[in-house]
Design a protein around this ligand. Structure first.
Ligand code: CMC
Length: 440
């Protein structure tokens, strides 16, 4: 074996194995040959929550958590946030290259002309309770799209696949806006294809009786930047859900619904909603020390802080903090910003957070901007799901075309009982059964 290998000695047998190292990894399956006897299953790798497992090879998004670097297809996130648009970034993520002028205009045309949803989807929306969370409605209606486009299950037909990609990116804002309007008891607003991607979203959310909705250009651009920042983040929880569910070869709408459901959780896309609730609960700067104490005592998390990958700073948080000031020039300053800034200042000087490398993540400031733009907190995870759809699709496509991928199916370490004989119910009561209650 050459230098790029790992030599392992199994102390149970004294045998030595050479495992090749490729791209800084060893293959999990190479451990299977390490056995104590012929009928031994072989060694497995135990990695709950995949904290040290590469589940795929990818060319889409690069993160260096120590240095605070995020790049889509090798382009730094700061440059894309400054110079690109969400739809161009979506093209870049999905196809791997920045589009030419003609490609971009074709791409935008294909998406803009697919923003309308089937009228029956409105009936699905109407079935929800008046206070249904818009994320629950989004998860359900994205899944419902697969029933409107049954041909989407033909995932190996590239032309058909492209059509579903256009539809998914185009219809997410419409579903999101309809979910919001339903929860407010407002009439649905149909897409206005003269507007930009984010301008149209604002139109579908906020248009009242005016003949034509005119989005504020600063807010329209700010939302576009936020969408660029949220478009992909390599193998996070929801992307892993997209790939894992997609690996069963289900249609992309169903896989996207699974990804949306994963994003809904408070430790993932629900965190910006949780940040705002936390800031509102703190209420004033003088109550921050008491709150920090509770965090350090393990009673609460400091929401919007910490990241599995970033251990220095989250580059998206830096762009968003800057953006906040531009937005506040239009909307007026959000008083929660002062609490957030002070919370950040105190936390970054505190040993508890320094030791654990806990810094503000993307969600710490995005919620404050969203609130200033008039979005209710329940809409925050939805505003994350819309742009992340581009990343989910890019990752799903890469998975489908990767010959090394198969249906995702992890192993387990079974720690339950060995075989037991079935006990008829009449004999299960009483001390003689030897059974303790299974229900607490
Ligand atoms: N507040 C207080 N303590 C924390 C926090 C926090 N936000 N995050 C981590 N810790 C502590 C944790 O208790 C642990 O302490 P100890 O070593 O004493 O047990 C230590 O820091 C390491 O944390 P961990 O739980 O092992 O870290 P993780 O990589 O498993 O979790 C995380 C990452 C993002 C789930 C976590 O930091 C967290 O729950 N943060 C708050 C929720 C949040 O802001 N989520 C948004 C993430 S970014 C956007 C996205 O991915 O959707």
């Amino acid at each position: 074996m050459g230098e790029d290998s790992l030599t392992i000695t199994d102390n149970r047998t004294g045998r030595t194995y050479d495992l090749p190292i490729e791209n800084g990894t060893v293959r999990g399956m190479d451990f299977r040959q390490i056995k104590t006897s012929d009928d031994d299953f072989g060694l497995m790798v135990y990695d709950p929550a995949f904290t040290n497992t590469a589940s795929c090879k990818s060319r889409i998004t690069y993160i260096d958590g120590e240095k605070g670097i995020l790049r889509y297809r090798a382009y730094p996130i700061e440059q894309l946030a400054e110079q690109s648009t969400y739809l161009e970034t979506a093209y870049l993520l999905i196809f791997g290259e920045l589009p030419t002028r003609a490609e971009l205009s074709q791409w935008m045309h294909a998406i803009t002309n697919r923003t309308i949803i089937h009228e029956n989807i409105k009936k699905v929306m109407d079935g929800f309770h008046y206070d249904a969370h818009p994320m629950g409605m989004l998860v359900s209606t994205v899944a419902a799209l697969s029933t409107f486009y049954p041909e989407s299950k033909d995932i190996y037909d590239s032309e058909n696949r492209l059509l579903q990609i256009h539809r998914l990116i185009a219809k997410m804002p419409t579903l999101a806006a309809f979910a919001y309007r339903h929860s407010r008891g407002l009439p649905y607003v149909y897409p206005d294809n003269d507007l930009s991607f984010t301008g149209n979203l604002l139109n579908m959310l906020y248009k009242m009786t005016e003949a034509k909705y005119q989005p504020d250009p600063v807010l329209e651009r700010a939302l576009d930047i936020l969408f660029i920042l949220h478009a992909d983040h390599e193998q996070n929880c929801s992307t892993n859900a997209m790939r894992s569910v997609g690996s069963s070869e289900v249609d992309p709408y169903s896989a996207t619904a699974a990804a949306c459901a994963a994003l809904y959780g408070p430790l993932h896309g629900g965190a910006n909603e949780a940040v705002l609730r936390m800031l509102a609960e703190i209420g004033s700067k003088d109550r921050i020390p008491e709150f920090i104490k509770r965090v350090k005592d393990g009673e609460n998390l400091l929401m919007g802080f910490g990241h599995r990958v970033y251990k220095n700073f989250d580059p998206r948080a830096a762009v968003i903090k800057d953006l906040a000031h531009r937005v506040f020039e239009v909307t007026g300053r959000n008083p929660l910003l002062d609490i957030a800034l002070e919370l950040e200042r105190i936390a970054l000087q505190d040993e508890y957070f320094i030791e654990r490398k806990l810094y503000p993540n993307v969600d710490f400031y995005s919620g404050i901007i969203y609130q200033s733009m008039g979005f209710p907190v329940e809409l925050f995870p939805v505003l994350f799901a819309i742009p992340r759809t581009a990343g989910w699709i890019a990752q799903w496509l890469e998975m489908i075309e990767d010959k090394e991928q198969k249906i995702a199916r992890p192993r387990q370490v079974y720690l339950g009982e060995d075989q037991r004989e079935y006990v008829p119910i009449a004999r299960r009561d009483g001390p003689a059964s030897g059974r303790t209650s299974a229900v607490a």
